[in-house]
Write a protein that binds this ligand. Sequence first.
Ligand SMILES: [Mg+2]
Length: 243
Amino acid sequence: MREIDTVLFDLDDTLHDDTTAYLAAARTVAETIGAERGIDPGTLVDAYERAAMRFWSSLTAEHLTHTIAGQRERMWYEALLEVGFDDRALAQRAAARYGVARAGTILELAPGAVDVLAALRAHGCKLGLVTNGFAATHHEKIERLGLRRLMDAFFLADEVGMVKPDPELFRHACRVLGSDPARTAMVGDRYARDVVGALEAGLFAVLLDVHATPIPPGAPQPDAVVTSIGAVLDVIPVARLSR
Ligand SMILES: [Mg+2]
């Protein structure tokens, strides 16, 4: 029976509901810009969501040399272009407003997340955060969510110079935490990022299935699937729990 003594977590949409938080900030921007330029706010938010999804789903290590502020501007530029406005100055203003709105949104951990982290630690597990987020935004997020004291190590994409699903990133996290990939679990909401990379590195992969995205036929399956973060304790074979 496999025994786990280290657990890695993704951050966005795993330990907190980032989709709701970022769409709320985008909505604030879209309402202001929309009123100015006669754009329907809902249409602009949808266009921004598509631009953001395109960016995050195509993220590679090469993107890490650019600032997230610059990338945000590009997402807003693409969104505005989609609704008929080819305007870089407007995109710059939208991105700046978005930054302010993000800083003003309430961030909280998903229900049950603190209990899961505390229980794993109480059973002797080391805990790490592995995110494709950037230092410029994610250190603040880690502080605001109160995660700093709850986990042992934090791996941010541009600080480690790697992005999920690179299996080397998962191996790196294991090395830093002094753990063996075979005794380490990874919990995340994105099959292609969190599960594929973790499996390739030899970790126990748990998919938090919040997007209901189908796994491609014939593709490697996660070791476990949960629909809420609280259920993680039921599926990870923690060494001390199984003794
Ligand atoms: Mg995520």
